[in-house]
Design a protein around this ligand. Structure first.
Ligand SMILES: C[S@@+](CC[C@H](N)C(=O)[O-])C[C@H]1O[C@@H](n2cnc3c(N)ncnc32)[C@H](O)[C@@H]1O
Length: 236
């Protein structure tokens, strides 16, 4: 393993932790990404160089299939810079789109990405994930919640908190869609990403509320890496 890769996987976080003993892991994630953006380095998912590998319709296609319509209220949880949120903002009626993420810098990049005309027309609510941001999104009573390329960024120590926060936005009629990658075991895929076995995801959700129904759908399979690209559909 090259030193840089080894450093990112095994040393960067413990060294950061020594300097920030009481900070949350989420602060670390935001620090790694904002540092990269500020240095003008390319990030595949956030900021000016973000690219949707499977196309920007990747998330909206799934949501439409499950009934998303323009009058619905939608929360894009871990929206980044709206790489996949943009077509959903465009489709929904004004004031129906909520984007939540860890850092204001990502949300500002999102506004740049969708541009002033769409922002003025659709008035998306973009909020940082904190007590006030979560309460405001919950009060909007979302019909749909989606989190694409987010579950894989959540390490073991905050997995329960992550699911509590996302599912905490639900009411009895909300449908939640969580994309994730499963390689059959918990496995670090790169410095900030892990595969998530479906059993672990289902158990974490059931622990929050055993009444929640969870259906797993497969989007694609990479046999070379034994990697299944899945999403969970969660509802009461
Ligand atoms: C790979 S990006 C995907 C962004 C966007 N969903 C997309 O597909 O373009 C992962 C996103 O998850 C967010 N994220 C990471 N950890 C999170 C957490 N604990 N809670 C909520 N969002 C988180 C990151 O800030 C980042 O915007």
């Amino acid at each position: 393993m090259r030193f840089k890769k080894f450093f990112r996987r095994h040393l960067r976080y413990p060294l950061w932790r020594l300097r920030h003993p009481f900070a949350r892991y989420e602060t670390y994630y935001a620090w790694v990404v904002t540092r990269k953006l500020k240095a003008g380095r390319a990030h595949p998912a956030i900021g000016p160089t973000a690219k949707a590998a499977r196309g920007e319709e990747e998330m909206i296609k799934v949501l439409r299939r499950h009934g998303l319509r323009p009058h619905h209220t939608f929360v894009d949880y871990g929206c980044g810079s709206l790489r996949l949120g943009r077509p959903i903002v465009a489709m929904l009626e004004p004031d129906r789109f909520w984007g939540l993420d860890l850092a204001q810098e990502f949300l500002d990049e999102g506004i740049r990405h969708i541009g002033p005309a769409l922002t003025a027309e659709k008035r998306p609510s973009l909020r940082v994930i904190d007590e006030a941001g979560l309460a405001a999104a919950k009060a909007a009573r979302p019909d749909f919640i989606g989190a694409w390329h987010v579950c894989g960024k959540i390490p073991d120590q905050i997995l329960d908190r992550f699911f509590q926060q996302v599912l905490g936005l639900m009411h009895e009629g909300t449908q939640v869609f969580l994309q994730f990658e499963d390689t059959g075991k918990r496995q670090q895929l790169h410095g900030l990403a892990w595969s998530l076995p479906r059993e672990t995801l289902v158990a974490a959700i059931k622990q929050i509320d055993p009444r929640l129904e969870v259906e797993i759908h497969q989007l694609s399979f990479n046999p070379k890496r034994n990697l299944r690209y899945l999403y969970a559909h969660i509802h009461y």
